[in-house]
Write a protein that binds this ligand. Structure first.
Ligand SMILES: [Fe+2]
Length: 390
């Protein structure tokens, strides 16, 4: 599909490979840093992954300090704490090691530390951002794809407690290492949740109204890789390094697709739902995805039928709409296989919660929904999607 707009694809310098973290010292030497800070969370640190990162740094003659205080959904209190540390101790290279929240914390602290006049509210309000402390990202999950994104999601825990995305080219890392060795011991549940987040990015980007041949090449690759590799990685990911590798590539590719084309309603419904349901981001978007796909099917049945094929469904002999519906069946099969929740009732949401969720959605998300989703969404539509998901 030819796009009517000029598209921009930014892919940071990325080392791919099993054991690629071993090249970190050489990579860092190219930046000639004077002081390095590894940014991570307590779980990654206790899993021993920081040792894997420190070893090649030490071998290359570098010393790196560790900030292991990142939290879920990048709270502003932690971002500001990290900013102060970067500024007061004069770090000039950050190495973000973790999942999406850690990478987003690194991004936000990096731009705030580079400009003393900048506030967190400025980021959310879209104020131009001039610089960032240089940063390398090493994801330890295969899901968010934050390493290939200009976006970061931060939580205003000091104000309304909501999560907000902001976008700037200064969020792109200076380098990325995609090393499946760092994801191979991820527990089965986290593997499924993060993998389904990547799949949701890919399906929503592939079917959204801004999709193009450029975004499609990333999205279709990601859907195919998740279809091949998420089940074996869930079952015994420590042994199936090839599947871990595929999922890591899928996560980055899915985010590249989302960066070019955007995402769909599952992600925007999730923003409203996130605090209420209190489950992981991957779990909520994946829970919502089949209901959103059912709603969006009429917008482009051919593309949903292609999703079904990429996910391994047999569609020969079916009408186009029936083939498209098989894409929903395929996503539900994955959720069933992973034991993930498939209804809002399972995650503590009741019918009485829905008016507030819809109000939140229409107040804060109506612009991106209109811009990206392939079908217009009224408040009544959103209500019906939530009701169908109960
Ligand atoms: Fe996501």
């Amino acid at each position: 599909m030819v796009s009517s707009e000029v598209l921009s694809v930014v892919v940071p310098q990325t080392l791919f490979g099993v054991g690629a973290t071993g090249k970190l010292g050489e990579l860092v030497r190219g930046f000639s840093p004077t002081k390095i800070l590894i940014v991570t969370d307590p779980g990654v640190e206790s899993a021993g992954l920081i040792d894997v990162v420190q070893t090649p740094l030490v071998a290359a003659g570098f010393k790196a300090d560790v900030f292991a205080r990142c939290g879920v959904e990048a709270p502003v209190t932690v971002i500001e704490e990290l900013r102060q540390k970067i500024v007061s101790e004069k770090y000039d290279l950050l190495i973000g090691v973790g999942g999406g929240s850690t990478m987003d914390t690194t991004k936000a602290a990096g731009v705030l530390a580079a400009d003393a006049s900048l506030t967190v509210r400025d980021l959310i309000d879209g104020k131009p951002i001039g610089a960032s402390i240089r940063k390398v990202m090493i994801p330890t999950t295969a899901g968010t794809g934050s390493e290939w994104s200009s976006a970061a999601v931060i939580t205003l825990d000091t104000e309304d407690g909501r999560t907000y995305p902001y976008f700037t080219d200064k969020n792109y890392p200076d380098a990325v290492i995609i090393d499946p060795e760092l994801t191979k011991n991820l527990p089965a549940k986290a593997t499924a949740h993060t993998g389904m987040d990547a799949l949701t990015h890919a399906i929503e980007a592939y079917t959204c109204c801004r999709a193009s041949i450029v975004s499609d090449m990333f999205a279709t690759t990601a859907i195919k890789l998740v279809a091949e590799s998420l089940r074996p990685a869930f079952a015994k990911g420590g042994l199936n390094i090839e599947d871990r590798y595929n999922l890591s590539i899928a996560a980055s590719a899915a985010m590249a697709a989302g960066s070019v084309a955007g995402v769909g309603v599952a992600h925007f419904l999730n923003v409203a739902l996130g605090k209420k349901a209190q489950i992981s981001h991957g779990s909520t978007v994946a829970l919502l995805l089949p209901y959103v796909m059912e709603f969006n099917l009429v917008s482009n049945p051919a593309k949903f039928a292609e999703v079904a094929t990429l996910l391994g469904e047999e569609t020969c002999g079916l009408s186009l709409m029936d083939a498209a519906r098989q894409s929903v069946v395929a996503v539900r099969r994955l959720l069933t296989d992973f034991g993930m929740p498939q209804t809002l009732s399972e995650v503590g949401v009741t019918e009485a919660d829905i008016p507030e969720l819809v109000d939140e959605l229409m107040t804060y998300q109506s612009f991106p929904i209109a811009f990206m989703n392939p079908r217009d969404v009224s408040a009544k539509d959103a209500t019906n999607i939530y009701l169908s998901a109960l």
